[in-house]
Design a protein around this ligand. Structure first.
Ligand code: MTE
Length: 323
């Protein structure tokens, strides 16, 4: 981010990679699924391992509406090349992040709502009626990207539960604060805790997703366990990890990166190949694990679902919408 030097090629060395989980043949997957009580509405073949989770929510049924015409990023890349500044400013923090205790995990939802809530994340999943899998594109502001199957539920389900009142205009999210576990939080020049926000209209958009899992399993800590936001049409820094608090507020909150470098990281941060970051182009992106760069697409390919949100704002905000 503001302090990151972007390497030209995506740069995961062999040493950074965990041994990829053993590939499981179709027959074995089906056997496992047959013994599970979950109804599996997805395709008959999963391109990743479904082993390794003791949690009965996994693997979740696949929501086929949300798919993309891109190859899935290999699990080992998506889970070992991660941004999580609480654990350090490089990408290789997955070992450090394993120290975070995610069970139990209390989430508070407060602010301008009729029914505030303090609830453990597992109880929230049950209350909401379970989780589903969606494949989304994900585009970091640093110009790398991935395509991954997230598990979770639409943010809209939380909104229905807590019933925001008519003064609530923004939804604010906060990550945990615990410098004893997360050494990055000892670096005082960052305005911890990590914070992000979106408008209520963005929050109720069908794409706004609360992820609890990835690749058919619970999220590993480095990807934001146990509970993170995923906004596939926005630059990745909006998709805040390991959330402990959601607040419904009237005034627009300022996110951590916006506080640090407002000219580089704005509030809207919608993906747009035509609006450069002040220090680099956003025209193309490098998919994790691939050599060649591909063109970046406006709203990261989700214009059909989200461009309405911004039609009235276009003239007023121009390229602020995309930074
Ligand atoms: N959330 C917290 N709490 N801390 C972070 O450093 N990094 C953001 C976002 N959410 C970050 C965060 C950035 S810059 C990106 S690109 C994505 O997480 C990366 O998600 P991934 O590591 O799962 O790919």
């Amino acid at each position: 981010m503001s302090f990151i030097h972007i390497k030209k090629a995506w740069s995961l060395s062999q040493n950074d990679i965990t041994g990829e989980r053993e590939f499981i043949k179709r027959r074995e997957i089906l056997k496992k699924l047959a013994s599970s009580s979950l109804v599996f509405a997805g395709s008959s073949f999963l391109p990743y391992s479904v082993y390794g989770s003791a949690n009965s929510f996994y693997p979740p049924p696949v929501n086929k509406i949300y798919n993309v015409n891109r190859e899935l990023t290999k699990e080992k890349y998506a889970t070992t090349y991660t941004n999580f500044y609480e654990f350090g400013s490089n990408k290789n923090i997955w070992r450090k992040a394993s120290k975070l205790k995610t069970k139990p995990w209390l989430l508070s939802i407060d602010g301008l709502v009729n029914k505030p809530l303090k609830i453990d994340i597992n109880d929230l999943i049950k209350k909401i009626g379970g989780i589903e899998e969606r494949v989304y594109r994900f585009r970091c502001v640093e110009a790398w990207s991935m395509t991954v199957p997230w598990a979770g539920f639409p943010l809209n389900k939380i909104i229905s539960l807590v019933e925001p009142n008519s003064d609530a205009r923004f939804v604010k999210f906060e990550t945990f604060y615990n410098p004893d576990v997360a050494p990055g939080q000892k670096q005082k020049w960052y305005p911890w805790p990590y914070q992000e926000a979106i408008t209520i209209e963005e929050a109720t958009n069908e794409l706004s997703f609360m992820a609890t899992g990835i690749y058919g399993k619970e999220l590993p800590n480095q990807n934001g366990a146990p509970f993170r936001l995923v906004l596939p049409w926005k630059y990745g820094f909006k998709s805040i990890k390991s959330i402990v608090k959601i607040s419904f507020v009237k005034e627009r909150p300022i996110g951590m990166w916006e506080k640090l470098a407002p000219k580089e990281y704005g509030f809207w941060a919608n993906v747009n190949p035509n609006v450069s970051h002040p220090r680099w182009s956003q025209a193309t992106e490098q998919q994790l694990g691939k050599e060649e760069r591909i063109p970046t697409i406006i709203y990261n390919g989700y214009a059909e679902q989200v461009s309405d949100l911004y039609d009235n704002l276009q003239n007023k905000l121009k390229d602020k919408l995309f930074r």
